[in-house]
Design a protein around this ligand. Sequence first.
Ligand code: APR
Length: 172
Amino acid sequence: MDIVLLEGDITTRNVDAVVNAANSSLLGGGGVDGAIHRAAGPELLQACRALRRTDYPDGLPVGQAAATEGFNLPARWVIHTVGPNALAGETDPELLRQAFTNSLDVALQLGASTVAFPAISAGVYGWDADDVARTAVQAVRNHPGTGIERVEFVLFSEPVAQAFRTALESRD
Ligand code: APR
């Protein structure tokens, strides 16, 4: 499994699955969630509402992941996951690790071979970029991932990109 760092807008990535840093409501928001919904179009919200009516009537729990089509995105699927919110006291790295690991599990179930991740929880949810980068890189490196050829981390700012470069260079 190749791990690639890119700087830019994740909605433009032509990969099998783009991971969305959603919230438990699955009904959209700001940040990457807002960007993905804008780029995917209104059908994405309809698909998320269907997830709420069926599999997740109480919302998507922190650390879990669920897929929809990508609609107008170049990506075929969107994997929605909810990162821990440091501002709500959710500071357990295990929750963040689960968000990455469960997203990869869903990608495997879909048959996706290329997956793009944002820096989950490093924005509105207030996690330190270095902690996110370390957890994300470890989660991807430790995932069996057989069948996934490439994982991209698509970063939206230089400081976060630097945090991921540093995490990738370390072998811990
Ligand atoms: N492409 C890639 N990365 C992006 C993009 C984009 N288009 N837009 C924002 N980002 C980056 C942010 O700069 C940050 O580094 O994604 C990272 C995650 O930030 P958020 O999108 O704020 O996600 P998160 O911190 O997990 O907070 C989730 O914010 O948008 C709401 O509905 C969302 O309530 C949820 C919460």
